[in-house]
Write a protein that binds this ligand. Structure first.
Ligand SMILES: NC(=O)c1ccc[n+]([C@@H]2O[C@H](COP(=O)([O-])OP(=O)(O)OC[C@H]3O[C@@H](n4cnc5c(N)ncnc54)[C@H](OP(=O)(O)O)[C@@H]3O)[C@@H](O)[C@H]2O)c1
Length: 200
């Protein structure tokens, strides 16, 4: 038997069924940034007992409506931030593949593709990762490693703390605001990266 379709229900201000586009309308995350840091939002799915993956994949925890919301959130932010573990496991590629979604970004005054921010200590990312092999993607790597990725097709740049320092995400996010003009960041996990997010 086919599973019943899942239709997101909005509770406020007016209850009713909504599409992912309608659910996120008017989010205006950039307006919530300060001069000193971007506005940071986190998206995750989890089981009620706190698991973030089944056999190393989150897909069994979600449904098509979740996935629509997940993708549509990417149409609202300057940058998407993700830990290297998730990039490797999920084989991240171009963040916004749907041309209509890129148009919705452009209509909001955003670049067609968000900046991809990858957080890594060891920088063990191979150039065949779809994100790094994509000519449309701009990738900023927050890393303590002095190494550089070779053979990438994507435009890759690096943001590093002072030598000997850790990736202090509070300081890094402040630099993203000041040096890159980033006003909104969508963090997509995973659990390890989430534990280093600043509380502010
Ligand atoms: N349920 C969900 O919504 C959801 C969302 C995302 C991911 N996941 C799942 O979670 C699993 C991956 O979990 P994870 O915790 O290993 O993923 P993760 O947080 O994406 O990746 C961990 C890696 O990210 C880098 N990293 C994270 N925080 C850092 C920091 N403060 N400074 C420097 N580097 C940092 C390190 O990279 P290096 O190893 O390169 O040094 C670290 O090993 C996968 O199974 C994935 O599918 C689930």
């Amino acid at each position: 038997m086919d599973a019943l379709p899942v239709v997101p229900q909005r509770l406020l201000p007016e209850p009713g069924a909504v599409t992912a586009i309608q659910a996120l309308e008017g989010l205006a995350l950039a307006d919530l940034a300060t001069d000193h840091r971007p506005y940071l939002v986190l998206t995750m799915v989890a089981t009620v007992d706190g698991a973030a993956a089944v056999a190393h994949r989150p897909a069994p925890l979600s449904n098509p409506a979740d996935r629509q919301l997940f993708q549509e959130l990417r149409a609202h932010v300057d940058a998407v931030m993700v830990g290297a573990g998730t990039v490797r496991t999920e084989r991240y590629g171009r963040l916004v593949r749907d041309p209509a979604r890129r148009q919705r970004r452009a209509a909001r005054g955003l670049t067609p593709d968000p900046l991809a921010i990858v957080v890594s200590r060891r920088l063990t990312l191979t150039p065949d990762l779809p994100l790094l092999a994509d000519s449309h993607s701009r990738v900023l790597v927050l890393t303590t490693s002095a190494a550089e990725l070779v053979g990438c097709v994507a435009e890759v740049s690096y943001l590093r703390p002072a030598p000997g320092g850790e990736v202090d995400l509070s300081a890094m996010l402040a630099r993203l605001r000041a040096e890159y003009g980033v006003r909104s960041v969508l963090c997509e996990g995973g659990p390890t990266l989430n534990t280093s997010l600043p509380a502010w």
